[in-house]
Design a protein around this ligand. Structure first.
Ligand code: B1M
Length: 208
């Protein structure tokens, strides 16, 4: 029986080899990759975020926890990707200009791949021009993630550039902790979701 609490605790303690071993053990027991992700890794990362917010841990601890998260994610990624079947559409995803947070973006990217989307991951600190270039190269959906209130305006700038180039058929999805439905509406995004799993559902609706 998978111990999700133990996975979250090991992640918080930044114990990458332990997280890797626990995730592997859970997979061997037949626990679903999405349960391990959402009930173990995401919970642990959320809790370290709360401690960071209260200044009870600092950037190095958060980075070490993020590394532990990736140790688990590396094992889950092929399983999540294999669970999807039909090719669903072409997506370009990135964290917006000035923003280096990539954990949520990577989760969305993995889930999209798992749902059968062809994903062009542009990485972090992605300038509006890069998103536009991806759209010109065939992406049907531009997915932008922002974790800083200071980088959210880059989402608006990207949408403006897409529309100015006449790329009106390209859909835009936005997300990330500080982003809200009201902000998405204000900047003219086609969809907003507050988690990676719903992002996949929204993407499917946009291209179907
Ligand atoms: Co940063 N950081 N950080 N950080 N960091 C936050 C975001 C912060 C809220 C912490 C805090 O102060 N409470 C705060 C932002 C405050 C604000 O703007 N309101 C903050 C700050 C200030 C900073 C620095 C400026 C700190 C400094 O240097 N003084 C700096 C900025 C660097 C930069 O980007 N230029 C910085 C740096 C870092 C680290 C490098 C240490 C590290 C990033 C490591 C990495 O990503 N590789 C880090 C981390 C880890 C965090 C916290 C603790 C956790 C973020 C995270 O990964 N969450 C965060 C505190 C918090 O959020 N509680 C914090 C887990 C992840 C799964 O959630 O990304 O929200 P999230 O994704 C969710 C949903 O939002 C959604 O799906 C995911 C869940 O399923 N989602 C989408 C995300 N993108 C989506 C896109 C979609 C749809 C859904 O459609 C396209």
């Amino acid at each position: 029986m998978a111990d999700f609490r133990a996975i979250a605790d090991a992640l918080k303690a930044g114990r990458a080899p332990k997280v890797k071993a626990q995730v592997q053990e859970a997979l061997n027991e037949g626990v679903s990759a999405s349960d391990i992700l959402n009930q173990g890794l995401v919970v642990g990362m959320g809790e370290i975020g709360e401690l960071f917010k209260k200044n009870e841990v600092y950037v190095p601890e958060v980075l070490i926890a993020a590394r532990a998260m990736y140790a688990g994610l590396d094992l889950l990624k092929p399983v999540l990707a294999a669970s999807g079947a039909e090719p669903a559409g072409k997506v370009a995803i990135g964290t917006v200009q000035g923003d280096l947070h990539d954990i949520g973006k990577n989760l969305v990217s993995m889930m999209m791949e798992g749902a059968g989307f062809e994903v062009n991951d542009l990485g972090t600190d992605v300038a509006p021009e890069k998103f536009v270039e991806a759209a010109e190269n065939g992406a049907q959906i531009i997915c932008m993630s922002a974790l800083l209130t200071t980088t959210m305006p880059s989402m608006k700038a990207t949408i403006e550039q897409l529309r100015a180039k006449g790329l009106t058929n390209v859909k835009v999805m936005v997300g990330g902790a500080p982003v809200t439905q009201a902000f998405a509406d204000e900047i003219g995004a086609d969809a907003y979701t507050d988690d990676a799993a719903s992002a996949v559902d929204a993407a499917k609706k946009l291209v179907c």
